[in-house]
Design a protein around this ligand. Structure first.
Ligand code: MN
Ligand code: MN
Length: 465
């Protein structure tokens, strides 16, 4: 073998390039990547809404020996706890041995809500032989993508007497599914010449739920009546109960391996369960000396508002309660805490190369991706993490053998987006964004790499070590 030239050696010493994690991983690690994905797929199928993700997390935490925490409960080092907020968000945490004032907390914040099509409060009508539910979409969707695919209905109906009925129809093979119709191409000339944002309008996203007339000559709206009759017989619901219901139409697809080599996973709601699941499992599995919290929150897709979104005081209250339990000054605790705001980013897509700047894009399978800042235009609306903090995290990842990368979301001025990072940073907590690159984000079926999923998990373990 010929000796390397001086230039070649200098190049290897000085240059930076992203690495494909599949390529970097030895056989043992590759096995771990694929094994971890199996648990993730099961989580995706079990948890398509924030309520279901919360329930799943409670069950997983209990199984790992965690117990429920309520405000005011005593805490001691070594405690393994979970805190549930209204059944829609959850914080799973461990109390470490280290001094809280000096060491602060290690936080991972991700979200468990996902874009979908919510059912309106007065939704049921029949027209031309079909019974429909009217909807109002949730989060940023391309509306045309939600037509002509099988949908499932998930959610709760609170009856007049306060009883809560849980619905989950369309997931089992024997279940019926639901459907939003689209126009046939033969008559779609005008539609197809319009703007994509207007191809399907919000008020056209009506979900087909029935077609059988009620067997009575005298009754009007017989198809609507037979749907109401079914709901009443099966769940004890009447039409008025939709007023106090939260029902969502979500894709009825299950998570599947994609590709002959099974390197990728297609599923509904990778954003942001592909970060929530690693956050949850990392806190359940780690033995950290730090006090570590996995915060799985709701409402990120609509601005993190409300009692279950990241902007709600409840999360700060919880951190303060933990501090109080140890007689720690909450201001000092916050000042010394560190946070990974863990949300997905856009993976570079060669089929839409024009909106990306390749050098600073997240490349699929090159590991979990850090975004020093998000926002749009001149970094507007962004938590811009400091070089010092990024340097600290970088050292943690290097020590943990994490294959990771950095990115911006698309070209400068091509668009942009935000995460919960700024809300945590506003508490005087050093925060940076870290998450898995996704292809077709916010589509009914999104795509990620198993390597990036596992890299995210390893990054969390390194962060909590
Ligand atoms: Mn997200
Ligand atoms: Mn999103």
């Amino acid at each position: 073998m010929s000796e390397k030239s001086k230039g070649k050696i200098r190049q290897e010493e000085l240059s930076y390039r992203k690495k494909n994690y599949f390529e970097e991983a030895d056989e043992k690690e590759r096995k771990a990547i694929f094994a971890y994905a199996e648990g993730y797929k099961a989580f995706l199928d079990a948890a398509k809404t924030e309520r279901e993700a919360c329930d799943y997390s409670v069950a997983a935490a209990k199984k790992a020996g965690f117990t429920e925490y309520r405000f005011g409960d005593p805490l001691k080092a070594g405690d393994k706890k979970y805190f549930v907020n209204r059944g829609k968000s959850i914080v799973v945490f461990r109390i470490g041995k280290k001094n809280l004032e000096e060491d602060g907390m290690r936080l991972i914040a991700s979200h468990i809500d996902a874009p979908r099509v919510d059912i309106k409060q007065n939704p049921v009508y029949e027209d031309s032989g079909i019974c429909f539910l009217k909807t109002h979409y949730y989060g940023g969707i391309k509306k045309y993508q939600w037509t002509a695919i099988p949908l499932a209905l998930h959610g709760v109906v609170v009856l007049k007497n306060g009883k809560k009925i849980e619905l989950r129809v369309g997931e089992r093979a024997e279940d019926p599914v639901f459907y939003i119709d689209d126009l046939l191409p033969h008559l779609g000339g005008d539609q197809m010449s319009g703007k994509a944002g207007k191809i399907i309008e919000g008020e056209q996203l009506n979900v087909v739920v029935g077609g059988l007339p009620y067997p009575d000559e005298d009754a009007g709206d017989k198809i609507k009546l037979s749907v109401l009759d079914h709901l009443n017989e099966k769940y004890g619901i009447c039409e008025e109960d939709f007023l106090s219901a939260e029902l969502s139409a979500v894709p009825a697809f299950s998570a599947r391996d994609v590709g002959f080599d099974r390197a990728l996973i297609g599923a509904y709601g990778h954003d942001d369960r592909v970060c929530a699941y690693p956050a949850l499992t990392a806190v359940l599995n780690c033995e950290s000396e730090h006090t570590v919290l996995a915060m799985l929150v709701d409402k990120e897709e609509i601005g993190s508002e409300g009692t279950t979104g990241m902007q709600c005081k409840v999360y700060e209250d919880l951190m303060e309660e933990i501090s109080i339990a140890f007689g720690a000054n909450f201001r000092k605790v916050r000042a010394n805490s560190k946070c990974l705001s863990s949300d997905v980013t856009a993976a570079y897509d060669p089929n839409f190369a024009g909106v990306y700047e390749k050098m600073n894009s997240a490349m699929i399978s090159c590991g979990t991706c850090m975004s020093k800042f998000t926002g749009s235009r001149g970094k507007s609306g962004s938590n811009d993490a400091s070089a010092e903090f990024v340097g600290e995290i970088r050292a943690m990842f290097d020590r943990g053998g994490v294959v990771w990368q950095t990115s911006e979301l698309g070209k400068v001025d091509a668009g942009g987006g935000g995460t919960v990072a700024k809300f945590l940073a506003n508490l005087n907590i050093d925060t940076v964004d870290l998450g898995v690159p996704v292809i077709s984000m916010h589509a009914p079926y999104e795509l990620i790499s198993k390597a990036d999923l596992y890299s995210n998990y390893k990054a969390f373990l390194a962060f909590m070590k």
